[in-house]
Design a protein around this ligand. Structure first.
Ligand code: KIV
Ligand code: ZN
Length: 520
């Protein structure tokens, strides 16, 4: 890297993001997101934790084989079998990287019960082992921001001498603050011999809402890799959001003269895809990608924006790939127009998928006068989440509701066989969910049920998200329809399908959440 102000973007949506309870993605979803990240210009994609499960191993391997531009990285604990497994997966990439880590703070050292010297020796051995396999090695002292400074300098020096080419400084529990984040990087650059020959990375969690500020402060102090996720997905309060750091560096280039290789017009498409695949809906007021981020509702703001957009807009919607709110399509629009519109919205559809989406689009256009961009996004999300290949499928629903009581007549296909029941409940949604339960008995608990109107008007589509929990496993479901109750049932059934898949995967050891982050 020749430009000293070029900041590498390391995306860990598929590893740290997916580690978030309930955010599990399917193999196909991971491949698709990785391809989008690769095309967007992400420098490094952390594709998974290969030792964690067969599923993670398969995804990292396939992503490594397909990537065209990005470095493909896998995570490994400080153990030879982990590192070997990681290499087996990433070695297929044009540019592979092994990322190995160990918790170095007093709290984390206590768990594998290693004293400072024993841990230092482990770091030396494992980084050397990784470097013997791969010439691009990243090492992380987990919980670095709560590690004693002298010890942190000592272990970083050991890792550099053993061959690490990137040293990542994680704020694992989102504890640091901007000034301290900068001082830590500056201290390492000043005190550690060889520090100027490697790249320092910053990896911040958002527990105190400071992840973006902490990452940018680290860059100002000399870090040249930011680790982040789309939509800030990640455990607890999440990780640094890619869209926030990238747009902050772009919009405030005057005071932060650093560049990235990201094509920012692809941000919105990725944000939607990750929200759909993970089931984590983006909050409306989320910076950059929230539904309200470019909305000007108040009279004063609208007036100002109409006279001069710069009065209340510091960036343009088009910068992140967001089209102005417009009527996208009508009932008479053809397939070619639909395909072109979907491409604009960030969806590349093949012929077969287009056929299916077109049928759904026509059905929607029959029910709804005007089809907006957001309607098409909801339709795409729905068609990705609920397919004709699903084990459980909603075939027919009739709901009676009103002051005299609520009941549902539901026909569902279960593994290809249609079953019909009649159920009652405390409200129409409860009656429908009871009907699903009568057809497909389960112990899963409904943790979250959310309804959002996609656009304005009483004929608007509703997107429904549900999160369900069964024996510690979490799965989400999403669906969209102008009929809110039907969307609710489809989302509920979608989550049950995902739970079923996850139950079966656990039998094959594919549940990544079962793996401890400690090296013993
Ligand atoms: O937050 C963290 O410390 C991590 C490490 C595994 C790098 O994600
Ligand atoms: Zn992390």
């Amino acid at each position: 890297m020749t430009d000293k102000n070029r900041v590498l973007i390391f995306d860990t949506t598929l590893r740290d993001g997916e580690q978030s309870p309930g955010a599990t993605m399917t193999h196909e979803e991971k491949l698709e997101i990785a391809q989008m990240l690769d095309e967007m210009g992400v420098d490094v994609i952390e594709a998974g934790f290969p030792i964690a499960s067969e599923g993670d191993f398969a995804a990292v391997t396939e992503i490594a084989k397909r990537a065209q531009n990005s470095v493909i990285c896998g995570l490994a604990r400080a153990q030879f079998p982990d590192i070997d497994r990681c290499w087996e997966a990433v070695k297929h990439a044009r540019q592979p990287r092994i990322h190995t880590f160990i918790g170095t703070s007093p709290l984390h050292r206590a768990i594998p019960n290693l004293d400072m010297d024993q841990m230092a020796e482990r770091i030396q051995q494992t980084v050397t082992h990784a470097r013997n396999l791969c010439d691009n090695v990243q090492w992380s002292p987990m919980d670095a921001t709560r590690t004693e400074h002298d010890y942190l300098c000592r272990v970083v020096e050991i890792a550099i001498k053993a061959g690490a080419t990137t040293i990542n400084i994680p704020d694992t529990v989102g504890y640091t603050a901007p000034r301290e984040s900068a001082a830590l990087i500056a201290m390492l650059l000043e005190r550690v011999p060889g520090a100027d020959e490697i790249v320092f990375a910053t990896h911040c969690h958002n527990d105190l809402g400071m992840a973006t500020a902490n990452s940018l402060a680290a860059v100002e102090a000399g870090a040249r890799q930011i680790e982040c996720t789309i939509n800030g997905l990640g455990e607890r309060a999440g990780n640094t959001a890619l869209e926030e750091v990238v747009m902050a560096l772009k919009v405030r280039h005057d005071i932060m003269p650093y560049t990235t290789g990201i094509d920012t017009t692809k941000i919105m498409g990725l944000s939607r895809r990750v929200a759909q695949a993970s089931g984590f809906v983006v909050q409306p007021n989320k910076a950059i990608v929230g539904k309200n981020a470019f909305l000007h509702e108040s009279g004063i703001h609208q007036d100002g924006v109409l006279k001069n957009v710069e009065t209340f807009e510091i960036m343009r919607p088009a910068d992140i790939g967001l089209n102005e709110a417009n009527i996208a399509m009508g009932k008479h629009s053809g397939r070619a127009a639909l395909r072109a519109k979907l491409r604009d919205l960030g969806y590349e559809v093949g012929d077969n998928q287009l056929k299916d989406v077109f049928v759904r689009f026509k059905a929607l256009a029959d029910r709804k006068k005007e089809i907006y961009d957001d309607d098409l996004v909801a339709l795409m999300q729905d068609s990705a989440a609920n397919t004709e290949h699903d084990y459980l499928q909603v075939k027919h629903l009739r709901v009676v509701c009103g002051s005299d009581g609520q009941s549902a007549d539901l026909t569902m296909s279960v593994g290809g066989e249609d079953k019909t029941v009649h159920a009652t409940g405390d409200g129409p949604v409860d009656a429908c969910f009871n009907a699903v339960k009568a057809i497909w008995p389960h112990d899963a608990r409904l943790q979250l049920y959310q309804v959002h109107a996609v656009t304005e008007g009483t004929d608007a589509q509703a997107t429904v998200s549900v999160r369900m929990e069964e024996e510690g496993r979490i799965a989400t479901g999403q669906a969209a329809d102008t009929d809110t109750i039907l969307a609710s049932v489809k989302a509920y059934v979608g989550a049950l399908n995902r739970l079923k898949v996850r139950r079966e995967m656990v039998g094959e050891g594919a549940d990544a959440k079962q793996v401890s982050m400690y090296s013993h």
